[in-house]
Design a protein around this ligand. Structure first.
Ligand SMILES: *Cc1c(COP(=O)(O)O)cnc(C)c1O
Length: 948
C-alpha cells in the first residue's frame, strides 16, 4: 500500500524544507542540541508555547493541491467586466507573461537595496519611471506605490507637506473613484484634515484648502480642462493633484501641461490583469522641486568604481528606515514586479502601439455610444475617452441583469444610470452583447472608423516615450533577449540563498505560483457581483480561518497590501477602538528603538505620538524604561508596537510582561508579525497577549518578493477589534485602507497552497528548521564573528546578528566591504546595519539546504581570513579584495596592479567556478548619484558613451 501511494513530491520536506533528516542530525550536532524538540525548548520561553498542535488535516500532495485549486477557480464565474472604476481588461503580452511574470529570476528577487546585484530590475524600473514622467508631463516619478487610492492618499500627504497656506482641508473631485474617496477620508481623519467632496466647477474654494485632487477622465467619463482650476489653486498657495488614466494620457493633454504639481494613478491597464483587486502598480510623479518629499522608492542613475553607468535607489534618506516617524511615508514593500511588467508593456508596444490601443479603445467607446443613442438612450458626457454613462431610468436593474445574462458586467451608477467602460480586450461581440442588454434585437458592429468624441481642445500634441528603449526592434527574439539580459544581471533566489534578516526570503514553490496565471483568478474585476467570485470567497474564508488558527486571533482582514499598510490598518483599529470608548486622548504609542522604520512611520500616519523605548545590553526591550514610560503616559497610552521574536532575532522572555504593562495602562498591543516564520505552530501572538498583528504573506507565506513587491499584509485581531477592521472601499466612506476589499487578492492562492501543501505539521516543522538553520549559522560563525544577541539559553530565533564593527578599527573593513565581498562569493548580502548599525543580520529560512548554508558559512569564514590578513599586515588596508569588491569581468582584463591576484578577486570561496555569478558593475558610488540626481532613462548620447 505505501508503495502504491508513493509520490516523490508527497513530502513537504522535499520541497519547502531544505535539510534532509541526516543533515538535520548533523546540524543538531554542530549546534549542540539533543534533538529538534530540545532545541525548541531551549529557544522559546516555556510560557509562550502553544498547547495544541496546529492541525489542518493531512498535507496534500502537489497534484491534489493543484486539482483542489482548479475546483476553487471554477467556482469563480469569469464574465467580461466593463465596470471600469479604475480596473480594466488588458492583455499581458505572452512574451512578458512567460519571461517576467512567470520567471523566478524576476519574481524571486529582493528589493534592490544592493545595486550591484540588481541592475536588471533597476533598469526595468527606470523604464517605468521614464514612462510615467513622459505620460504625465512631469519631471520625476517614483518606482511604484501600492494602488491608485493609496497613491492619492500619499499625494494628499505630500500636498500638505509642500503646500504653503497652512489650511487643513483637502478638496476631492466628486468624479474621483469611490474607493479613492474612501481611502482619502480614512487617511485624513486621524491627521485632523477635512475632506471636501464636490464639483470643482461650483464647490472648490481654493482659498480654503491646502490642495485638491481631480480625476482625469472622471469616473463617469467626463474630461475637463483643469488648467484654470489648477491656476486658481496655485494663486491661493494650494497644491493640485491629478489622478490620471495612463492610457488616456497617450491621447490627451498631460497633467503636467495643465500645471499639476502631482499626478497619480494606476498602471494596471498596462498589461497587468485585474486580479480581483490586485496586485498592480500605482504611479506618482511630481515636479523636480518636490523630489525630496516624494514618497516611495526612487531609482536613480549613478556611476560605479570604474566610472561606468550604474543604477541604484536614490535619496534613501527620505525613507522610513532612516527618517522613521518623520519619513515621507511608511511605504516599504511596493509593487516592483508589476511596475516592471507595466514598463515592459510600454517597451513592447512603444508609443505608437500604445496610442493605437488607446485610439481603438476610444473608437469602440464611440461605437458603443452611437449604438445606444440609436436605441434612444441618452449618453453622457459629450466628450469621453473610454467611459460613458447612460440614463436608463427605471430599467437599470433589468438592463444590468440582461447584461450579466449576456456575459457582461456593467456599472450601476446611482439609481437610474449605467456606466460602461471599454478596454483593450473589447471585441465586436462584446459590444453586441451590451446593445442586446439594452434592448437591441439585431445589433450591428460597424467596422468603419467613427468620428472622435474626444475634446479637441485637450488633444495631446506633446511627444512621449522618445527614448530609444521604447523604439527598439520588437521582434520577439529581441524582446526575449532584452528581458533575459536584464534578468541575468540580477541575483535572485533562483541562483542563490538570500540570507536577509527580517525579510524571510524562502522558497516560492512553483506549484503555488501556477494558479496565479489562471484567468479565473487573474481576470476578475474587484467589484463583480458576489456570486461571480464564490471561488475567491471560499479561498479567502478558508485562508482566514487557517491564519486565525496559526495566530490565535479571531478575525483577519485581507485588505492591506503590505506589512506597513497592515500596521497602519491595525493602528487605525486601535484608534477607532479607543474613540468608541470615549478615549480620544489616547494617542501615545510606545515603540522600541530597535523597531522597523515602518512602525513609527505608521504610528505617525495614525496621528499618534511616538515615544521611543530603549534596549538593554542584551538587546531586549529595557523593561524598566518601558514600565516608566508606560506609567508616565498612562492616561494617554494608545498602544505599543513590539516585534516578536524581536528584530534582534531573540525570543524575549518578558514579552508577556510587556503586554500586561500596556494593558494595565489601558493600551493595546500591536505585535509586528514580520517574524512569524519563527512562530508558526509553536506560539501564537494572540495567546501571548497581543491584540492585533499584521502578517507578511510575502515573507512567511511564500508570496515572492518580486524585487520589492507585490506583498500582502493582512491583519489579525482579537474579537474586541473586529468592528474596527477596514471597511469596504466601494462605499466611499471612511474606514478603507486600500482600493480593493481584499487587497491583492490574486496572490492569495500562493499562501493558501502553501498551507495545504504543508499541513499543520509541515508548517510547524518549517518553523523548527528555520530556527535550526539560524542556530546552525550562529554556531558555525561565532568563532569568527561575535553573535550580537541570543536568548536566555544562548539560542537565537530564526535569524542572527553578527557584529562586524570591530573590524573597522582592526582592519579598516566596513560592513559594506563584507557585504560587497559576499557578492564575489555568489551571495546576496545579508541585511546591513539594521537594526544595529555596522552589523549584518542573517536569516537562512527553512528552505535552504545544509549544502547551501555551508557554502555561505565557508564564504563568511574565508572573508574573516581576508580580514585577518589585513589585521596581521599581510594585506594592505586600502588596497585589498574587500575594499574593491565586488569584482567584475572587467577586472580580468587590462593591467592589474593590485597586491592580490585576479583569481583571489573573482573566485573566492563559494563562487562556484563555471557557475559563478558575475555582477555587471563594480561598487556603486551612492553619493555621486544623489548629488547628480537623474531618475529617468539617460539621454541617447549618454547611451552611446556607455556602450563603448
Ligand atoms: C518587512 C517588515 C515590515 C514591513 O513590511 P512591508 O511589507 O515591507 O511593508 C515591518 N516590520 C518588520 C519587522 C519587517 O521585517
Amino acid at each position: 500500500m505505501p508503495h502504491d501511494r508513493y509520490d516523490p513530491y508527497d513530502f513537504a520536506n522535499r520541497r519547502h524544507i531544505g535539510p534532509t533528516t541526516q543533515e538535520i542530525d548533523a546540524m543538531l550536532g554542530v549546534v549542540g542540541a539533543e534533538s529538534l524538540h530540545a532545541l525548541m525548548d531551549e529557544t522559546l520561553p516555556a510560557d509562550i508555547r502553544q498547547e495544541e498542535r496546529l492541525d489542518f488535516g493531512v498535507a496534500m500532495t502537489e497534484r491534489r493541491v493543484i486539482e483542489h485549486m482548479r475546483g476553487i477557480a471554477d467556482k469563480n464565474r469569469l464574465l467580461v467586466s466593463l465596470i471600469g472604476q479604475g480596473y480594466h481588461g488588458t492583455t499581458m503580452p505572452p512574451v512578458i507573461q512567460r519571461n517576467i511574470f512567470e520567471n523566478p529570476a524576476w519574481y524571486t528577487a529582493y528589493s534592490p537595496y544592493q545595486p550591484e546585484i540588481s541592475q536588471g530590475r533597476l533598469e526595468a524600473l527606470l523604464n517605468f519611471q521614464t514612462l510615467v514622467c513622459d505620460l504625465t508631463g512631469l519631471d520625476i516619478a517614483n518606482a511604484s506605490l501600492l494602488d491608485e487610492a493609496t497613491a492619492a492618499a500619499e499625494a494628499m500627504g505630500m500636498a500638505q507637506r509642500i503646500g504653503a497656506n497652512g489650511k487643513t482641508a483637502f478638496f476631492v473631485d466628486a468624479e474621483c473613484l469611490p474607493q479613492t474617496i474612501a481611502v482619502l477620508r480614512t487617511r485624513a481623519a486621524p491627521l485632523g484634515w477635512t475632506i471636501v467632496v464636490g464639483d470643482p466647477a461650483t464647490d472648490l474654494d481654493p482659498a480654503q484648502v491646502f490642495g485638491a485632487i481631480f480625476q482625469y477622465p472622471g469616473v463617469c467619463g467626463g474630461i475637463r480642462d483643469l488648467t484654470g482650476a489648477i491656476a486658481d489653486l496655485h494663486a491661493a498657495g494650494a497644491v493640485a493633484v491629478v489622478a490620471a488614466d495612463p492610457l488616456a494620457l497617450t491621447l490627451l493633454t498631460s497633467p503636467g501641461e495643465m500645471g499639476a504639481d502631482i499626478a497619480i494613478g494606476s498602471m494596471q491597464r498596462y498589461g497587468v490583469p485585474m486580479g480581483y483587486g490586485g496586485p498592480h502598480a500605482a504611479y506618482m510623479a511630481t515636479r523636480d522641486a518636490h523630489k525630496r518629499t516624494l514618497p516611495g522608492r526612487l531609482v536613480g542613475v549613478s556611476v560605479d568604481a570604474r566610472g561606468n553607468r550604474a543604477y541604484r535607489l536614490a535619496l534613501q534618506t527620505r525613507e522610513q528606515h532612516i527618517r522613521r516617524e518623520k519619513a515621507t511615508s511608511n511605504i516599504c514593500t511596493a509593487q516592483v514586479l508589476l511596475a516592471v511588467i507595466a514598463g515592459m508593456y510600454a517597451v513592447f508596444h512603444g508609443p505608437r502601439g500604445l496610442k493605437a490601443i488607446a485610439a481603438r479603445v476610444h473608437r469602440d467607446a464611440v461605437r458603443l455610444a452611437g449604438g445606444l443613442e440609436a436605441l434612444g438612450f441618452t449618453v453622457e458626457p459629450e466628450h469621453f475617452f473610454d467611459t460613458i454613462t447612460v440614463r436608463v431610468g427605471a430599467f437599470q436593474g433589468l438592463i444590468l441583469g440582461q447584461a450579466v445574462a449576456n456575459g457582461v458586467n456593467l456599472r450601476k451608477v446611482g439609481a437610474d444610470r449605467i456606466g460602461i467602460t471599454v478596454d483593450e480586450r473589447t471585441r465586436p461581440d462584446i459590444l453586441q452583447a451590451v446593445w442586446r442588454a439594452f434592448g437591441s434585437t439585431d445589433p450591428v458592429y460597424d467596422e468603419a472608423w467613427p468620428e472622435s468624441r474626444l475634446p479637441q481642445a485637450l488633444m495631446r500634441t506633446s511627444p512621449y516615450l522618445t527614448h530609444p528603449i521604447f523604439h527598439m526592434n520588437r521582434a520577439e527574439s529581441e524582446m526575449t533577449r532584452y528581458m533575459r539580459r536584464l534578468a541575468d544581471r540580477d541575483l535572485a533566489l533562483d541562483r542563490a540563498m538570500i540570507p536577509l534578516g527580517s525579510c524571510t526570503m524562502k522558497l516560492n514553490a512553483t506549484a503555488e505560483m501556477l494558479p496565479v496565471s489562471w484567468p479565473e483568478f487573474a481576470e476578475i474585476h474587484p467589484f463583480v457581483p458576489a456570486d461571480q467570485a464564490l471561488g475567491y470567497r471560499a479561498l479567502i474564508d478558508d485562508l482566514s480561518e487557517k491564519l486565525c488558527a496559526i495566530t490565535g486571533y479571531d478575525a483577519i482582514s485581507m485588505q492591506p497590501n503590505s506589512g506597513a499598510q497592515g500596521e497602519y490598518a491595525g493602528l487605525l483599529a486601535i484608534r477607532a477602538y479607543h474613540l468608541s470608548r470615549g478615549d480620544a486622548h489616547r494617542t501615545v504609542c510606545l515603540i522600541p528603538s530597535s523597531a522597523h522604520g515602518t512602525n513609527p512611520a505608521s504610528a505617525q500616519m495614525c496621528g499618534m505620538s511616538v515615544v521611543v523605548v530603549g534596549a538593554d545590553a542584551q538587546g531586549n526591550v529595557d523593561l524598566d524604561d518601558f514600565r516608566k514610560k508606560a506609567e508616565l503616559h498612562s492616561g494617554k497610552l494608545a498602544a505599543c508596537m513590539i516585534t516578536y521574536p524581536s528584530t534582534h532575532g531573540v525570543f524575549e522572555v518578558q514579552v508577556r510582561a510587556i503586554c500586561d504593562i500596556v494593558h494595565g495602562h489601558g493600551g493595546q498591543v500591536y505585535l509586528d508579525g514580520a517574524n512569524l516564520n519563527a512562530l508558526v505552530g509553536l506560539a501564537r501572538p494572540g495567546d501571548i497577549g497581543a491584540d492585533v498583528s499584521h502578517l507578511n504573506l510575502h515573507k512567511t507565506f511564500c508570496i515572492p518578493h518580486g524585487g520589492g513587491g507585490p506583498g500582502m499584509g493582512p491583519i489579525g485581531v482579537k474579537a474586541h477589534l473586529i468592528p474596527f477592521l477596514p471597511s469596504d472601499p466601494r462605499t466611499g466612506e471612511e474606514g478603507a485602507v486600500s482600493a480593493a476589499p481584499y487587497g491583492s487578492a490574486s496572490i492569495l492562492p500562493i499562501s493558501w497552497s502553501y498551507c495545504l501543501l504543508m499541513g499543520g505539521r509541515g508548517l510547524t516543522q518549517a518553523t523548527r528548521i528555520a530556527i535550526l538553520n539560524a542556530n546552525y549559522i550562529a554556531a558555525r560563525l561565532k568563532g569568527a564573528y561575535p553573535v550580537l544577541y541570543s536568548g536566555a539559553q544562548g539560542r537565537v530565533a530564526h535569524e542572527c546578528i553578527i557584529d562586524v564593527r570591530p573590524f573597522q578599527k582592526s582592519a579598516g573593513v566596513s560592513v559594506d566591504d563584507i557585504a560587497k565581498r559576499l557578492i564575489d562569493c555568489g551571495f546576496h548580502p545579508p541585511t546591513m546595519s539594521w537594526p544595529v548599525a555596522g552589523t549584518l543580520m542573517i536569516e537562512p529560512t527553512e528552505s535552504e539546504t545544509k549544502g547551501e548554508i555551508d557554502r555561505f558559512c565557508d564564504a563568511m569564514l574565508a572573508i574573516r581570513e581576508e580580514i585577518r590578513a589585513i589585521e596581521d599586515g599581510r594585506m594592505d588596508r586600502a588596497n585589498n579584495p574587500l575594499k574593491h569588491a565586488p569584482h567584475t569581468v572587467r577586472d580580468l582584463v587590462g593591467t592589474w596592479e593590485r597586491p592580490y591576484s585576479r583569481e583571489a578577486a573573482c573566485f573566492p570561496s563559494g563562487s562556484l567556478g563555471m557557475d559563478k555569478y558575475w555582477p555587471p558593475i563594480n561598487r556603486v558610488d551612492n553619493a555621486y548619484g544623489d548629488r547628480n540626481l537623474v531618475c529617468a532613462c539617460p539621454p541617447v548620447d549618454a547611451y552611446s558613451e556607455a556602450a563603448e
